[in-house]
Design a protein around this ligand. Structure first.
Ligand SMILES: O=C(O)CCC(=O)C(=O)O
Length: 332
């Protein structure tokens, strides 16, 4: 299997054709320059909890994306998470291939390239590693790197610290819909809610004007909590235009995903359309954790949010079926 990392190391001035995006997608032609999109930045340590909740709810309705600062996850832990992930991707290719997603596997877990079936056979300039980090019953350590040796301890500690942030966000979003604090989390899987870690590795690209990392998409998750490195690359779509999202050291980027928008909130919250660009000289990396219902968990508009005046706008179905349709571009 050829990885983008290999292609990048052999590409000096040009890139293979399959990485040249259609003109309608090329970042140079489609990015609004001179403007960094000011997605809301929310200080979640503010003692005024009502104010914080209202900011989270408003940002989830209007933007579907925001950054949270002073979230309580120690910056040295975030730096360690980045360091162990980077060390994995810097291992010799043969070592990384030991973690490759097995051919034909149903789960996305493992080291891989080219996840999506793309328009016109185009490819994204990115390799990735997926593995579940929570709940313990869902973890398959076969996909957790054993090298560097601290990889597991660091990821376990990050996951432990993430619970507080996750619960705070779900509770705020639940109250924002007029539900009780725990109800939204319960509707999305409760204690079985899956935390799926992904590491994106975007090697330097000689033609960042023509290529994309991850193509435009909304996440299938309910929420995504993302740590980027300091190389600019995340873009959000707002009113049909693409904008760079400002990098803020140690902030967590929050995306509202499809399960939150379409399913549980019946369209009240908005999932964000986003994509990533790549850099000519630097490696960009990111660590999204997708918060997903278990595959056989049935998700639909929350019964308390639908009625005669508010008919359900989305079908109720198993999360696994939702993903199958989305990945294979079958109408939901
Ligand atoms: O790298 C990023 O900042 C975003 C990654 C992303 O959207 C994804 O992996 O689905």
């Amino acid at each position: 299997m050829v990885r983008v990392q290999d292609i990048a190391s052999e590409s000096k001035d040009t890139i293979p054709d399959e990485f040249v995006r259609l003109e309608s997608e090329q970042p140079a032609a489609t990015t609004v320059r001179g403007v960094t999109l000011e997605v809301p930045v929310i200080d979640v340590s503010d003692q005024d909890v009502d104010k914080v909740r209202k900011l989270i709810v408003a940002a989830s309705k209007e933007w579907g994306m925001y950054q949270i600062v002073n979230h309580g996850i120690p910056p040295p832990l975030i730096a360690e998470l980045q360091s162990v992930g980077r060390q994995f991707f810097e291992l010799p290719q043969v070592e990384k291939e030991a973690y490759a997603k097995p051919a034909g596997a149903k789960s996305v877990e493992g080291y891989g390239t080219f996840l999506q079936k793309e328009v016109a056979g185009k490819k994204g300039w990115v390799d990735h590693l997926f593995h579940k980090v929570w709940p313990p019953s869902a973890i398959n350590y076969r996909f957790w790197p054993r090298n560097p040796p601290s990889y597991r301890a660091v990821n376990e500690e990050y996951t432990k610290q993430l619970h507080g942030v996750v619960n705070k966000l779900y509770d705020s979003l639940s109250l924002g819909l007029g539900l009780k604090a725990g109800e939204l989390r319960e509707a999305l899987g409760g204690d079985e809610l899956v935390y799926l870690m992904k590491i994106n590795y975007y090697p330097p690209c000689p033609r960042p004007d023509l290529a994309l990392g991850v193509v435009a998409h909304t996440d299938m998750s309910s929420l995504t909590i993302l740590v980027p490195n300091d190389v600019q690359g995340l873009q959000a779509c707002r009113d049909g235009q693409w904008y760079d999202v400002k990098y803020i050291p140690n902030a967590l980027v929050i995306h509202i995903g499809d399960q939150m928008e379409q399913i549980v909130s019946n369209g009240i919250y908005k999932s964000v359309l986003h994509r990533t660009t790549v850099n000519k000289d630097k490696t960009r990396m990111s660590w999204p954790v997708f918060l997903e219902p278990p595959a056989d968990h049935v998700v639909g508009p929350h019964p308390k949010l639908v009625g005669d005046k508010n008919p359900a706008k989305y079908k109720t179905k198993k999360f696994g079926d939702y993903c199958y349709c989305k990945l294979n571009k079958i109408p939901q």
